[in-house]
Design a binder for this molecule. Sequence first.
Ligand code: ADP
Ligand code: TZD
Ligand code: MG
Length: 581
Amino acid sequence: MTTTQNTAAPAAPSYPNQVTGMWVLARSLVMMGVKEMYGLVGIPVTEAAYICQEQGIRFFGFRHEQQAGMAAATHGFLTGTPGVLLTVSSLGFLNGLTATANATVNCYPMVQISGSSVREPIDLQQGTYEGLDQLAVAKPLVKAAYRVNKVEDIPTGVVRAFRAAMSGRPGGVYLDITTPALGQILDMDVAEKLIYKPVDIAPAMPPAKEAVARAMQLIAGARRPAFLIGKGAAYARVEAEMRQLVDKTGIPFYCMSMAKGFLPDTDPLSALSCRSTIMEQADVVVLVGARLNWLLSRGKGKWAKNPDVKFVQLDIDPQEIDSNVPIAAPVVGDLKSSLDAMLAALPSYKMSMDPAWVKSLQDETRTKNAKFAQRLKDAANAMPMTHWTALGVIKPIIESNPDVILVNEGANTLDDTRDTIDMSLPRHRIDCATWAIMGMGMGSCVGAAASTGKSVVAIEGDSAFGFSGMDFSTACRFGLPVTVVIFNNGGIYNGIGVNMSKNGDPAPTTLDINARYDKIGEAFGADSYYVKTPQELDAALKAAIASKRPTIIDVQLGADSGKESGHIGYLNPAPLQNITV
Ligand code: ADP
Ligand code: TZD
Ligand code: MG
């Protein structure tokens, strides 16, 4: 973790009192309040990164643009202000774009700024250095995309990009700045005058009065109501408002994966174990910053047993309403304004909720929790360890360190961790989210630690870790308090997958059961542990969190731990057993 630095000042513009487009970009970002940015440099953005650092912005240099993008996206979700990703042209841009697209799908605000090559030979397809029509490629995948062709437009480009990322439904925005614009020279006093701070960049969008009344009427009349709280609510930071609404109405709530901890998982009104019962029996369901997408069976599946259920939906995006099933009471507005309006209206309504509904959910929670505790107990001494053995050890450690941000990806590693570890604070769980992607791990760790200053623990499947593993070195280079726990079961889902090869090749799902991921830690000066027993895991994780140093823990599981596709095997096009070997 030593750094060798050339601290010479960045190349000065040729003339005193003149600046380049890169300087204008850096100053525009400072004006927007940017304190951290993430990226990977080269022609034509290297000097832009130097100048950003010189202007006081921390620049987190990564090994792969996708991970720098995941860091920026996580920064956006956790802080409510866009994370900034800086990439080079062509492949660097494309690598980063995967994260910007993913941020858009997840409604996280981020801005990818990429240098691009000279326009004319790109448009004539004459074969220029890293030539690609990046704006055209980005457009269909992001919330908004802009190109700046001349230095004078850089401040406007930055403001437009930030406004698009943050206002309304947040998302990923692409800002293309051409090489000539980055290098163009301007008098400093002229440049200074162009740079400005936008007024009210993410305006409140209060809902219509009638919409609030319609929703309140439905909620008040419900016998078996429930709140379904999504990561949009966590992003909107409305935990205080929801706390009041839950306390005043007594309505139970269910938090989606990344909303876990928005209100504590162990709250008496938390119905985390009762997802199916809510789908099958609730009469009014209030979606609070949660889409009725595949993660909620698109309003079908188990909901089909409950044809009379009515939905209230609180969302900032009018196009989200009726996406899958009719919404009886849409409340379109920003969540803070919508919840404030509902709280203000609440005294005029009398709730008709059946107390037996809450009691039945609480009884079910108790029974399910006891069953779950038994499952962990049964696995406690398994040798080799299973996912459950390891999670039984990790659960009390994370739960007694509630301020640690949990990053989590994998299949079984994701599903089992989510089900095992109770969260008690909002915005402390970052996972594969809406697209269920692998390869968000190390970037999210760096983005979470850099943007909040908090400690991070990542629980990673061995496959999941492979997508971003090299960027553990970025956490090391910056000395961040990041602990990476790798569940090594030797494969995608497990290490004993179907193998139909005729020549002894490994199965498509098979990875490296004997790999020593802890050695990666050694390579970069991190603390590292290889653990085979619950006792060793317990000691390693406690030491790692206490040390606040980058740490990697290779947890040896059995190759048979984990099932095909974790909890979502039903999404495979055909059941595996249909394959005739
Ligand atoms: P989950 O995966 O947790 O169910 P989703 O990502 O599907 O959550 O849904 C988040 C929703 O929250 C999106 O539809 C988005 O438009 C909405 N949203 C994001 N920010 C706000 C906000 N400030 N006010 C209202 N809705 C918001
Ligand atoms: N590639 C990308 C970008 N995203 C994906 N979701 C996948 C591939 C497919 N995939 C999953 O859906 S989960 C997973 C893959 C490759 C890895 C599961 O293995 P793991 O976890 O080692 O991370 P477990 O504990 O072995 O299940
Ligand atoms: Mg695995």
